[in-house]
Design a protein around this ligand. Sequence first.
Ligand code: GAL
Length: 387
Amino acid sequence: MRLGKKMGVVAAGAALALTLTACAGEGAGSDSGSSDSGDSTAEGGDLSVGVAMPTETSERWIADGNAVQSGLEEAGYGVDLQFAGDDIPTQTQQIDAMITGGVDALIIAAIDGTALTSQLEAAAAADIPVVSYDRLINGSEHVDFYVSFDNYKVGVAQATALLYGLGLTDQDGNPTDEEGPFNVELFAGSPDDNNATFFWNGAMDTLQPFLDSGALEVPSGQTEFDQAAILRWQQETAQKRMEDLITSTYSGDTELHGVLSPYDGLSRGIITALKGAGFGDTIEDGLPVVTGQDAEIASVKLIQDGVQQSTIFKDTRKLADQAVVATEAFLAGEEPEANDTETYDNGVKVVPSYLLEVDTVYADNITELLVDSGYWTQDEIDAGQAE
Ligand code: GAL
């Protein structure tokens, strides 16, 4: 396959990559020092991998970046790990530098899934395989593989948690005798992130029968993705939108029982707005049921404390493993194994994918899902902070 040609220039490229990486001081958390493990005698030899992560403002991406880096290093590859501070030009520059620096493969979690076309063209021209990490890169034929979770099912799980929290279904989504009506508001993720519409569609397909029957109502009337979307997944933007909704819709007698939130950072912004408006400090005290995603440590503590209702646990260790496995396959001149070759059409091609399953975390299964699996320690959860 096309990598053959590259192998011959690998050593020089890797050496250059090391030099460039060592100079690249910018990029929050750029872990330059780590790149020198590429000279180990392990299987990877002198090959190096560029890992582009969106931001360090969310714990999950730090965990993802670290897990991918250590997996690659254990396999013997040099690593150039960069975080882009959620800034698109920073991310494109980082990827450009990785390519000119001679990395042998790229693992990219895009900020804007449509903004990397010219980077991917350059990667293809240099025979560098590209693994799209968790967020699909759109509009380019040069996306070689996609590792993620079943994102539609994430949305289903979020909506199911909301329905369960309101008492309209059991934990598996089977309807109960409860008829409502319950008032909810809906939040969506960043419109430039391909995942956001998958989460939204999974959630809305699950909520729709209850909206149709009248068991659920959205008093603001804001039921379109564009109305609910929060650019760049910003906590502050979500808080502001929730405050605006409270002012416009809930300043009188109208009650609010639940909020669909697709990500823990948004959930915390929403909860801050609700608490600030006097809805109560815990769900027991009258705080609406708020969902989430990512099992971020600050939110896991809120769930333990009865403040946030749920989160979706995406085991970033498993995702990182899959990214490493796929990258190793490409670097060995093979095709990685996909378990989905139909779902993820990026507008130019259907990208072969490996999708992982998720779990829903509630207060009563934190120990089983997060502590027993070693994802967080009980001390970290009690502190609400990663060690
Ligand atoms: C999405 C990702 C979510 C969440 C969100 C905000 O792309 O699938 O798990 O992390 O970004 O960072």
